[in-house]
Design a protein around this ligand. Structure first.
Ligand SMILES: Nc1ncnc2c1ncn2[C@@H]1O[C@H](COP(=O)(O)OP(=O)(O)O)[C@@H](O)[C@H]1O
Ligand SMILES: [Mg+2]
Length: 235
């Protein structure tokens, strides 16, 4: 049995907006095993980002627990959550949030200053296929290339977890596939436990396991006996 890296039990998240309670998560049980690649699939508003943010220590649940290995994140204070994120979690979002005045290499290098055992920025950029773009500024890169810089930035510190929220959401299918290839390669070569959120069903076939979210609850789960390569996906 593979080690469970992340385990959530009975997660609930309620947002209070004015007089109204919005139940974004209604009792979610979730786990991620070491080295696993999971796709979280669900329509807009189903609670995917809320779940990922809680798993990544960016937000806290209203009820329930999250364990990273044997650390209970739900009793952690702000400083401990910050340390968890800094040491163990790489995030990739729909928008790249690169610093426009820094090159690709410099954007990735920023993170290595605060990491324990980082890769070289050049190594991380090579993993995502950008060895020939080291000294390009974000404005000189396509959207897909910028997203791959963001992936390099997320993984340069060798995090245990890579959490991606709609990483291809702003990209066409062709460039989106290159981004998914980069994520897939990180998962295979660094064994980074990876969760990718999408509302795009075809992307699910590249995962080890697909978890469907609907109205803040987990629905059907599928284990893919054979995974598709990102380059085989069409959408
Ligand atoms: N900060 C917030 N305040 C109030 N409601 C929120 C907030 N964040 C998310 N929600 C609501 O919670 C539900 C789930 O949102 P979200 O997790 O972003 O879904 P998804 O990522 O699947 O689109 C939605 O109804 C959304 O409007
Ligand atoms: Mg979302």
């Amino acid at each position: 049995m593979a080690t469970v890296v992340l385990q959530a039990r009975g997660l609930e998240k309620t947002y209070r907006v004015g007089e109204i309670d919005i139940h974004a998560l209604r009792g979610v049980d979730f786990e991620l095993s070491d080295g696993e690649f999971v796709v979280l699939l669900g329509p807009s508003g189903s609670g995917k980002s809320t779940l990922l943010n809680i798993l990544g220590g960016l937000d806290v649940p209203t009820r329930g627990t999250v364990h990273f290995l044997d650390h209970d994140l739900t009793v952690a204070n702000d400083a401990a959550l910050t340390r968890y994120r800094r040491e163990h979690v790489g995030f990739v979002f729909q928008f790249y949030n690169l610093i426009p005045s820094l090159t690709a290499r410099e954007n990735v290098a920023l993170v290595t200053d605060i990491a324990d055992n980082p890769m070289k920025p050049e190594e991380a950029l090579a993993l995502v296929g950008l060895s020939t773009r080291l000294d390009h500024f974000p404005s000189q890169l396509s959207g897909g290339e910028q997203q791959r810089v963001a992936i390099a930035r997320a993984i340069v510190k060798r995090p245990a977890l890579l959490l991606c929220d709609e990483p291809t959401g702003a990209l066409d299918a062709e460039t989106g596939r290159l981004v998914l290839q980069a994520i897939d390669r990180v998962n295979r070569e660094l064994h980074t436990t990876t969760a990718v959120i999408t509302h795009n069903a075809p992307i699910a076939s590249m995962a080890d396991r697909v978890i469907r979210l609907q109205d803040g609850q987990i629905g059907q789960q599928t284990v893919n006996a054979t995974k598709k390569r990102p380059e085989e996906l069409t959408w």
